[in-house]
Design a protein around this ligand. Structure first.
Ligand SMILES: Cc1cc2nc3c(=O)[nH]c(=O)nc-3n(C[C@H](O)[C@H](O)[C@H](O)COP(=O)(O)O)c2cc1C
Length: 238
């Protein structure tokens, strides 16, 4: 992970809450539509006859014990503040072996919007912070198609261990092929082959996927080339 300093941003929010209550009342049963990257995509199915009276209700009241956050505690440049928080979230706890204060602080939710205004959100991994927040993905995926048609994204990091969130709203741009290639070459070979073999956002059988990975393994004896359909997006804060 590389973090560069002297960055620009406008949005950073720290939210503390003392009580939460959440009610979920599914109108119809949910079914598993696809499974990718350990992700279950749940979509409503047409109601059965008669509709089930299911209800999930959470009324937990978690107490958050974190120091008060005052404007004077914050760097006026939100990106510098992000870097400081990010660095502190990675500082090792004195466990054996040492573990970072926050597990996977680079995991962030990315929201995009379809041409008809329907939002969708998924988790990706932040790889660089420079003039924006960079993540890598398949350019034919749903998120990329939506970013092509509406080049704005919203990000949310939730750092549970320190009761912090960071929110970003920005305009997106594709990173250069050079930058994508540079990152691609650092990925494990299996992930590189996977980028060729897997079409994101579509349902694929395990056998087909295994076959495709095998084909790619044979195609690339040595170095795996950067696929044309794969690369990075930079979310530049508004
Ligand atoms: C912890 C975690 C990290 C992930 N990181 C990435 C990532 O960096 N890039 C990516 O394309 N997908 C990543 N995924 C998978 C995405 O969440 C998503 O399922 C996939 O990109 C397809 O999304 P889409 O159909 O909305 O475009 C990750 C999933 C998880 C659970």
């Amino acid at each position: 992970m590389s973090l560069l300093i002297n960055l620009r941003s406008r949005t950073l929010t720290h939210t503390l809450s003392t009580a939460k209550s959440l009610r979920i009342r599914p109108k119809s049963p949910i079914s598993v539509r696809s499974m990718t990257h350990s992700t279950l995509t749940l979509t409503p199915t047409p109601p059965a006859d008669p509709p089930p009276a299911s209800k999930v209700q959470l009324t937990s009241h978690h107490q958050y014990h974190s120091p008060r956050l005052l404007p004077s505690h914050l760097n006026p440049d939100p990106l510098l503040q992000f870097n400081a928080w990010f660095a502190s979230s990675l500082s090792p706890l004195s466990t054996e072996p040492p573990t970072p204060v926050v597990r996977e602080p680079e995991a962030m939710a990315v929201s995009t919007v379809s041409p008809s205004g329907i939002p969708s959100t998924r988790v990706v991994l932040l790889k660089t912070v420079d003039s924006g927040f960079v993540f890598f993905t398949n350019y034919t995926s749903r998120k990329s198609t939506e970013l092509d048609s509406s080049p704005y994204a919203s990000l949310a990091f939730y750092w549970k261990e320190v009761s912090r969130q960071v929110r970003v709203v920005g305009k997106v741009e594709k990173v250069s092929r050079e930058e994508s290639g540079e990152y691609f070459r650092t990925r494990p070979r299996g992930s590189q082959l996977g980028a060729w073999a897997s079409e994101q956002s579509s349902v694929v059988g395990e056998d087909t996927l295994t076959e495709r990975v095998q084909e790619m393994e044979e195609r690339f004896g040595g170095e795996v080339e950067l696929p044309g359909h794969w690369g990075g997006w930079r979310v530049v804060p508004l």
